[in-house]
Ligand binder design. Sequence first.
Ligand code: AMP
Length: 129
Amino acid sequence: MSSIFTKIINGEIPCYKVAETDDFLAFLDINPNAKGHTLCIPKKEVDKIFDLDEETYNALMQFSRKVAIAIEKVIPCKRVGMSVIGLEVPHVHVHLIPLNSMEDARFLNKESLTKEEFEVTAKAISNAL
Ligand code: AMP
């Protein structure tokens, strides 16, 4: 069965898209630690990040770096942090999280955004790429 992220890639489930290439997609996390929390994924469905072939792994990091730089331009924060967890969705994803305190990195406090806020945020990051 396809992962929920493969369904997003295929357009079967909507997302707030930030960036897309032939091989990667970036979209806002639906339950964000902070406004601008973005997930970067390879279109190739692989569960664990260190099982990616080296070329895809390196390209995912390059893609994530570009998105992180764009996030930092438009979302007020001290820095953008990067985490890889994967306990919930078995499809490689890099969390890019605007950080103002350690709390933002702990996946405990969540920010609720309206649909419009998600849309505006995704567009702002996308425009900063
Ligand atoms: P983890 O697998 O533990 O790294 O967490 C998976 C992340 O994916 C969580 O932060 C979820 O909020 C996020 N997530 C799950 N489903 C969706 C979705 N349909 N759109 C955007 N983000 C999602």
